[in-house]
Design a protein around this ligand. Structure first.
Ligand code: GLY
Length: 330
């Protein structure tokens, strides 16, 4: 069976790679490979820090996929940075956000340790004085551009479709018809900077009510993100968005003041009506979705690849991700 995967982001490439490993003839189609949302992504493998109320099913998917990441990364020759994530609150009001998130993670059975202000500074000596925090030891990170590079070395990509027996749609925030309305575009602006004073681990926090994360890479690059805005037009970098991110990041990590500004990027996240991804069959024979990953495309890529391949191999259906839950019955 010849399979065509539309979309060469981390999700599409991971699906193609897994299908090729299982013996399928696969082609990936993308006129601009690796330049969509995966290119902007900070690469947090962070089921806990990003979970929201009512998202138990998403948390479970995130945990399952996180468990697949070490082998997936090994197979690509990239590193997972297993340093955990520190949530911090700059002032007493910000600390309430930390406590709310920590309480939520705890109530969902996740691993979370409350830490006082002094311990925050011991864990991250470059932090400003903060009101307190919480450590999420299981939330890690990976460099999505390294992952994209490794996948693109293995998976050939064509710029136009040549037709196939089966199509997997993995085109992120812009799906072809009749699936376009299944996702809403939620733009995210991200700043990359280089510093000689990076945090040791991902720092996520609130500073005077503004949410921000700072994800370090080896070599001094930090990824500062991300704005979040629902809209109809394509994502773009705005002065206000970058200013808010940098102000919040510098409030938490004042040493960033001296960092070299390297890049600003904006891309759309593909949100769905229930914030769960769309992975599985449609009502159209031979058309499968691997889409709608919202804030979790990098985290959920290896699980998505397995779910698609398991569906092709033996018809496996994952009820929480089955796209037909959001499609009109035929
Ligand atoms: N997962 C990070 C973000 O969507 O901003």
């Amino acid at each position: 069976m010849r399979v065509e995967v539309l979309g060469a982001g981390i999700v599409g490439l991971a699906v193609a790679d897994e299908l090729a490993r299982r013996g399928y003839g696969v082609e990936v189609v993308d006129p601009d490979p690796g330049r969509g949302a995966s290119y902007a992504a900070a690469g947090m493998l962070s089921p806990s820090a990003e979970v929201w109320h009512g998202e138990q099913a998403l948390l479970e998917l995130g945990r399952r996929s996180l468990a697949l990441w070490p082998d997936f990364a090994d197979s690509l020759g990239v590193r997972v940075h297993c340093t955990g994530t520190l949530l911090v609150g700059r002032d007493a009001g910000d600390l309430q956000e930390v406590d709310r998130q920590a309480g939520l993670v705890d109530s969902l059975g996740g691993c979370v340790e409350q830490v006082d202000a002094r311990t925050c500074r011991r864990l991250e000596p470059t932090l400003a004085t903060v009101a307190g925090g919480a450590l999420l030891p299981e939330d890690h990170s990976v460099d999505p551009r390294a992952v994209l590079g490794a996948l693109l070395d293995r998976v050939p990509v064509q710029s136009t479709s040549r037709g196939a027996d089966l199509t997997v749609i993995a085109t992120g925030a812009v799906l072809p018809q009749p699936y376009a309305a299944l996702v809403r575009r939620v733009s995210g602006e991200v700043v990359r900077a280089r510093t000689d004073d990076p945090p040791r681990r991902t720092v996520r926090g609130w500073a005077r009510g503004e949410a921000v994360y700072v994800v370090p890479r080896p070599g001094g690059e930090v990824v500062i993100g991300a704005t979040s805005e629902e809209h109809d037009t394509a994502a773009r970098v705005t002065v206000g968005g970058v200013a808010r991110l940098l102000t919040a990041a510098r409030e938490l990590l004042p040493g960033l003041d001296r960092a070299e500004l390297v890049e600003t990027t904006a891309r759309d996240r593909p949100g769905t009506a229930d914030n769960l991804p769309l992975v599985g069959p449609t009502h159209e024979p031979g058309v499968i979705l691997a889409a709608g990953h919202f804030r979790h495309g990098v985290l959920l890529a290896p699980l998505t690849a397995q779910l698609v391949a398991d569906h092709l191999d033996h018809g496996h259906l994952e009820p929480t991700t089955d796209p037909r839950r959001l499609l009109e019955p035929r």
